[in-house]
Design a protein around this ligand. Structure first.
Ligand code: PBG
Length: 332
């Protein structure tokens, strides 16, 4: 039904903007702490909290301090935390075996968080890049990223994370067919309740730069990721990939990066109605922080507006480095 809009002055849109109370009454979308997933960086050692230079305000934390951060996040009402490991260069190999080591950094962090903050959902990242000598998300043979062999490694990685207690597996590798294989492997290992949040529409983006610094992958990466991550010019393809991943057993789907791809978020939500998330990635975070530090924008207001925009675009939640800061403001 097409609504009828009365002519001026019968219709005055400013009537419903006249006060805070009325604006609250007619507001279509809101941001709450329930919408936040907090990505964190874990590193070796104990009692260590070191700043990531290209992401002001973001830290790499040792396992003990990650657990403490999770306790704080839980108290702030943040429903989920997502772990990314800063892996020592000495552990990066061609076969990426560290990826499924039950005692690797990620898996230790999962166990520590589950113990310290049992009510926060723990999400992981599944891709080989933190463990790969050449920085790629998949195996490289003769300069080519090999799809099917990579999936075998990703399955081992997935099962190790599920065994460690991960609630949500987040494959960010963009290999074809991995969701179905992961789902079958999880079912086969009696991990029926472990969820898959597929990075289904992940673009080959320049906005990931600061993240690669944060996990120590920038130096390692040879070439680019354009043969597996999506072309920023495509939109229909995103829908086909999301449909494929949902059909293969993904419980939730993600669009990444976030702010420049809100059109994709809206199309995905309208088309499938599945739980839909966006990743406000490192470069988006860095841009806001840099401008705020220079006094060029009001950092807090821009942050909250950017997060609300994801809700308006149809997202059920946002992975954002701003999660604790946003939660503090939202909780008053
Ligand atoms: C890698 C991965 C990346 C991010 C999450 N997982 C980087 C990449 O694809 O090179 C980026 C996150 C961010 O920029 O905040 N599997």
């Amino acid at each position: 039904m097409k609504p009828t809009i009365a002519p001026y002055p019968l219709a005055r849109f400013r009537r419903t903007r006249q006060s805070q109370a009325v604006r609250a009454l007619v507001r279509e979308n809101t941001l709450t702490t329930d919408d936040l997933i907090w990505p964190v960086f874990v590193r070796d050692g104990e009692g260590i909290e070191e700043p990531v230079p290209s992401m002001p305000g973001v830290m790499r934390r040792s396992v003990d301090l990650i657990a403490q951060a999770a306790v704080e996040a839980q108290a702030l009402g943040i429903p989920a935390i997502c772990i990314f490991p800063y892996t020592d260069a000495s552990l990066k190999t061609e076969d990426c075996a560290e990826a499924w080591n039950p005692d690797n950094l990620s898996n230790r962090a999962i166990r520590a968080i589950k113990k310290a903050a049992p009510n926060i959902a723990v999400m992981t990242d599944v891709a080989l890049d933190p463990y790969n000598i050449n920085g790629h998300d998949g195996y490289v043979v003769d300069g080519e990223i090999i799809n099917d062999q990579t999936i075998e490694a990703l399955i081992k990685m997935t099962l190790a994370q599920a065994d460690a207690g991960a609630d949500i597996i987040g494959p960010s590798d963009m290999m074809d067919g991995r969701i179905g294989e992961m789902r079958r492997a999880l079912e086969g290992a009696d991990h029926h309740n472990v969820m898959i949040l597929s990075y289904a529409a992940k673009y080959a983006s320049a906005f990931y730069g600061p993240f690669r610094d944060a996990v120590g992958a920038s130096g390692a990466l040879t070439g680019d990721k354009k043969t597996y991550q999506m072309d920023p010019g495509n939109s229909d393809e995103a829908l086909r990939m999301i449909e494929r991943d949902l059909t293969e057993g993904a419980d939730m789907v993600m669009i990444k990066p976030g702010m420049p791809y809100l059109d994709i978020c809206r199309r995905v939500k309208d088309t499938f109605g599945a739980p839909t998330y966006a990743y406000q990635v490192s470069g988006e975070y860095a841009m806001i922080q840099a401008a705020a530090q220079n006094g060029w924008i009001d950092g807090e207001k821009v942050m909250l507006e950017s997060l609300l925009a994801f809700k308006r675009a149809g997202c059920d939640g946002i992975l954002t480095y701003f999660a604790p800061q946003a939660a503090r403001i939202l909780q008053g």
